[in-house]
Design a protein around this ligand. Structure first.
Ligand code: NDP
Ligand code: 8X3
Length: 250
């Protein structure tokens, strides 16, 4: 039977590539993000392949998140696969000079936003005793790097929440997976450095992961047999050995 996936952060990068990968395989899509014109464009492009519904909300907005998910039309209400992907880094500063607004953004989006969306979807999964939640963590959730402080904390939280979900949802037969990428060339660094030229240097001198590489891993994860759960994956570009060790050639 055709499955339906809800993807947060579908307007860019990993979420966008996952939407395209899923559409290719006929998975029905609920695509979420704040930039509505991008959602419209993606919907038009993917409707050739599958049914697509878009939800325009900010995951920081608790009420807006629940209202958006409640508003799903009947044919999109049953979510089989939840991809908690929306998130970003904001800033790269030592803890003593970090901006509180950046800290708020990362904790509110990466951690609390993920919880709100999950809270809105989990009851239908427990009721049906089936479903698959994929949380997009990061290598930053496994290892803290200089100036990464709060972003790393937010991704460590994603990993802890993933493990907690897997334990608590175990009696319901719900799969919970964490996919943790290293450096992926998306809009991520543009957001982190607020459009500053520093962003351009991040992926120079080596071949970074592309969003499509992570979409491949996500599609693989959601297509395993019922008895197989890919619990936790760490994916680096070949040039990367850890958060701080990247083989660059100039
Ligand atoms: P992008 O910046 O390309 O995409 C981020 C997505 O998140 C956008 O679609 C954006 O949509 C959405 N988003 C951001 N803030 C909000 C918000 N407040 N409410 C709703 N949606 C929001 O980055 P990536 O694709 O790289 O990032 C996706 C995930 O992957 C993130 O969780 C990130 O932490 C993680 N990751 C990224 C890595 C990388 O190196 N790029 C490595 C490891 C993990 P919109 O602005 O339209 O709302
Ligand atoms: C994104 C990877 O190394 O920029 O989560 O934190 S990194």
């Amino acid at each position: 039977m055709t499955k339906t996936a809800l993807i947060t952060g579908a307007t860019s990068g990993i979420g966008h590539a996952t939407a395209y990968e899923f559409a290719k395989h006929g998975i029905k899509l609920v695509l979420c993000g704040r930039r509505s014109s991008r959602l419209d464009t993606i919907q038009k492009a993917l409707e050739k392949h599958t049914d697509v519904h878009t939800l325009n909300f900010d995951v920081r907005d608790k009420r807006g998140t629940f209202e958006a998910i409640d508003s799903l039309p009947e044919q999109f209400k049953k979510i089989d696969i939840l991809i908690n992907n929306a998130g970003n880094a904001h800033g790269l500063d030592p803890i003593q000079t970090g901006r509180i607004d950046d800290w708020d953004a990362m904790m509110d989006i990466n951690v609390k936003g993920l919880l709100y969306v999950s809270k809105a979807i989990i009851p239908q999964m427990t009721a049906r005793q089936s479903g698959h939640i994929i949380n997009i963590g990061s290598s930053a959730g496994k290892e803290v790097y200089p100036k990464g402080n709060v972003y790393c904390a937010s991704k460590h939280a994603v990993l802890a929440i993933t493990e907690g979900m897997r334990i608590d949802l175990n009696p319901f037969g719900i799969k919970v997976s964490a996919i943790n990428p290293g450096l992926v060339e998306t809009e991520f660094s543009k957001v982190r450095f607020k459009g500053d030229a520093k962003a351009d240097a991040v992926y120079k001198g080596f071949k970074a992961l592309q969003a499509e590489d992570i979409a491949d891993v996500i599609y693989f994860t959601v297509t395993r047999p019922a008895h197989v759960n890919i619990a936790d994956v760490l994916v680096f570009p070949t040039a990367q050995a850890s958060s701080t060790i990247v083989k660059k050639e100039f």
